[in-house]
Design a protein. Structure first.
Length: 473
């Protein structure tokens, strides 16, 4: 039973809890994916919570972007923005009243106290501790102020944060889903802020409280939060709330070993989407980034969930490699159904192309396309002017000779498909294999490589095949 709501949760839940302070980057997308898969694997709920208590850094356009990116990746949440289930609201900025109740509860217990230290005073204390070779932690300046003194300062309007009084001499232990047994000493943790001076809840507090209030039972999150966990466990314990099981996943590093960021090129989901990456490719790649799996195929989300195992999450940092993403992209593109391929390549297609030809064209060039821009050259080749030959192409066409092309052009004029055209050229010249096909390919496309010719010719404008062949007859 959950003590915050008095409600018993029939099912466990995982969650993704982004702060809308920037675009969804690949690291966070992977965190969202892993939580989504963990939920689907265990038939649990996947909760999306927007952590926007820091008004100065949160932007609504980032929230809009996050929701859009998650939709695009297919990571549909069971509860969250736009999907209320009675445990929301799912924007932390709308939960201030719930936090306020809990602050009062902690104040009554004496588990917290107001801290009047200014940013400068805190910085001076940290500096002195570092200079003395000690790890910086709050020195406890306001911990034992008298009740009168507190009242006086508060009455005088002195700004105050609310600090959690960390109990002395305790061991805080938990088993991390990735890192195993963890043990922290409370004496190493300074009293920490749970309410900012402007009255808003600080991360440690709202994040832990909401997990409990929303029935979250398992949390996969970035390794940078591992040392926050003991603080959050202390808060939950003080409030008598259940703690989720935490798993802290490794960072994603760029090829140079630094955490993946803008300077490595594209790092946000939006950028990959705009470059034409398929969502199936992105999730399949992220699934293998820091998670070992014997599943080597391109899998749908439910199959990924079935294959997901938190025990296979690595402790070592994962290295982002765009070439690997490209491999998954190829798998994803080659599996596209004809209409889906047409929709994907639509921005590259000439205006006014009829849907039937557009679909057939996309199906024809798909084996040679990784990103949509790769289709552009084939649009020009098929629908643009006849390619001018030079170099190897010109030589091969000349060697094949005019009778070869006259026969081929005649077959095309009679409406023959590529097999008929090739048969006619073969009969006229006695050529076969590469000797037969390469001159034809060069004459028709200007290139010595490319997609299969038969489907390509079927979408060329009427008469174009004959015209291109007849040039060399
Ligand atoms: N809002 C926090 C972040 O984006 C969430 C951390 C967590 O998952 O607990 O880092």
């Amino acid at each position: 039973m959950d003590r915050t709501t008095g409600r018993t949760f029939a099912r466990g839940a995982t969650r993704f809890a982004p702060s809308p302070t920037g675009e969804l980057h690949l690291g966070n997308a992977r965190t969202a994916l892993f939580n989504f898969l963990l939920a689907r694997r265990g038939a649990e709920r996947f909760v999306l919570r927007i952590e926007d208590t820091d008004a100065s850094r949160s932007r609504s356009e980032h929230t809009v972007g996050l929701l859009h990116d998650l939709h695009w990746l297919g990571l549909q949440w069971d509860a969250g923005p736009g999907r209320e289930d009675g445990l929301g609201p799912y924007y932390q900025s709308q939960r201030a009243a719930l936090y306020a109740q809990r602050f009062v509860e902690l104040e009554r217990q004496g588990a917290v106290y107001p801290c009047f230290c200014s940013a400068v005073e805190l910085e001076v204390a940290r500096h002195a501790q570092r200079a003395a070779g000690r790890a910086p932690r709050y020195p406890g300046t306001c911990r034992d102020l008298s009740a009168d003194e507190r009242r006086r300062r508060l009455g005088a309007g002195q700004p105050a944060t609310l600090r959690f009084r960390v109990p002395a001499g305790q061991h805080i232990e938990f088993t991390d889903l990735v890192h195993g047994a963890q043990r922290f000493l409370s004496d190493d943790i300074g009293d920490f802020v749970i309410r900012r001076a402007d009255g808003s809840a600080a991360f440690f507090f709202s994040n832990a409280l909401d997990d409990a209030a929303m029935g979250v039972t398992q949390v996969l999150r970035g390794e940078d939060h591992l040392t926050n966990t003991p603080r959050q466990l202390l808060i939950l314990e003080a409030l008598g709330l259940p703690a989720p099981r935490y798993g802290h996943i490794s960072l994603i590093l760029g090829p140079d070993g630094a955490p993946l960021s803008k300077r490595h090129g594209a790092a946000s989901v939006r950028e990959f989407r705009e470059r034409g990456y398929r969502p199936e490719a992105v999730v399949n790649y992220l699934f293998r980034l820091g998670h070992s799996s014997s599943a080597h195929d391109l899998l749908g989300l439910q199959a990924l969930a079935d294959a997901f195992d938190p025990q296979h999450l690595g402790r070592a940092p994962a290295h982002f490699d765009e070439q690997q993403l490209t491999v998954w992209q190829k798998h994803a593109v080659h599996r596209l159904a004809p209409e889906a391929a047409r929709d994907w390549l639509a921005p590259q297609l000439p205006n006014g192309l009829d849907p039937h030809t557009a679909t057939a064209f996309c199906a024809a060039v798909l084996p040679n396309v990784v990103l949509p821009e790769d289709a552009r050259a084939w649009v020009d080749i098929v629908f643009g002017p006849a390619p001018v030959l030079a170099g190897e192409g010109a030589d091969l066409v000349r060697e094949a000779g005019s009778e070869f092309f006259a026969a081929a052009a005649r077959a095309a004029a009679d409406g023959g498909d590529f097999a008929v055209i090739a048969a006619a050229a073969r009969l006229a010249s006695g050529r076969k294999g590469a000797q037969l096909f390469r001159p034809l390919r060069f004459a028709l496309t200007g290139l010595g490589h490319g997609p299969e010719l038969a489907p390509l010719l079927r979408v060329m404008p009427p008469g174009e095949t004959e015209r291109r062949l007849a040039r060399f007859a």
